[in-house]
Design a protein. Structure first.
Length: 268
């Protein structure tokens, strides 16, 4: 009888291992074989375009496409689909001499829809197309110890304005936008914000005004004289975070632990 219990425990552990090695699909996106552990990471790489900021209280608007999820560029389970996003922030603490600016009131809305060429039409038309797709998840800016949800700094080399930015994001689990399954899956809460709290994701970005969408009006972008709101920046971003275990995997893991506990009890 003891042998049978040990065998059942081994089988349960094997099932848990098999379940953790399988692909995790949430909201039509294949996140890969994450393993069912809360420490599993997800990494998204994106391309983006955004407007110029040259003062406080201005709205930063941008959009882009998610190129890969955990290194996979065929992450959508529906062929021909991709994730796109639209974001807005409000500028604060703008310092033109130092080339720095902070942002608050951040919202990043991700949508799922059919693949299209972002350079095939103007940025305003891209915003309209993306906003017409299926809402997938909403990410909200999370303030750091300096009161910024996103912080950026820029340098001018000749006529090229380059910038880097970084910030924190939370998965919005209020149900106001997108799929709750996705929001809960990304709501890991394990990235310390320096204030005693935790965010879900870190975002880093970079870009410049050198090569822009040819369908946009970019007057002044190459001389630094463009008006606020002009589509002057193009670049890329990475979003890095962790995930919550899938319930099915947690159940298998619990079954395995139960089998181990039973075998130990029988030994006693």
């Amino acid at each position: 009888m003891k042998h049978k219990i040990l065998t059942a425990a081994s089988l349960a552990i094997g099932l848990a291992a098999a379940g953790s090695a399988s692909a995790v699909v949430v909201g039509g996106v294949d996140f890969g074989a994450l393993g069912g552990s809360p420490t599993n990471t997800h990494v998204e790489t994106t391309t983006l375009a955004e407007t110029l900021i040259n003062g406080d209280g201005q709205t930063l608007t941008g959009y882009g496409v998610v190129n890969t999820v955990n290194g996979n560029n065929a992450y959508a389970t529906t062929p021909g689909n991709q994730l796109y996003y639209i974001f807005t922030y409000t500028s604060q603490n703008f310092n033109g001499i130092a080339g720095t600016v902070g942002f608050i009131n951040g919202t990043v809305n991700l949508y799922m829809g059919s693949t299209f060429n972002l350079l095939g039409q103007s940025s305003p038309n891209n915003l309209t197309t993306i906003a017409g797709y299926t809402p997938w998840v909403q990410l909200l800016g999370h303030a750091d110890a300096n009161g910024n949800e996103l912080a950026a700094s820029g340098t001018i080399t000749g006529s090229t304005l380059s910038f880097t930015g970084s910030g924190l994001l939370d998965s919005d689990t209020s149900g106001a936008f997108g799929l709750m399954s996705v929001a809960n899956f990304l709501d890991a809460n394990n990235l310390a914000d320096g204030l005693g709290g935790f965010a879900d994701m870190a975002i880093t970005s970079s870009g410049n005004n050198f090569v822009l969408n040819p369908n946009d009006v970019t007057t002044g972008c190459d001389t630094g004289q463009a008006a606020a709101g002009t589509w002057c920046i193009a670049g890329s971003a990475d979003i890095r975070g962790k995930t919550v275990p899938e319930p099915a995997t947690l159940g298998l893991l619990g079954l395995g632990l139960l089998g181990v506990a039973l075998s130990r009890r029988r030994k006693a």
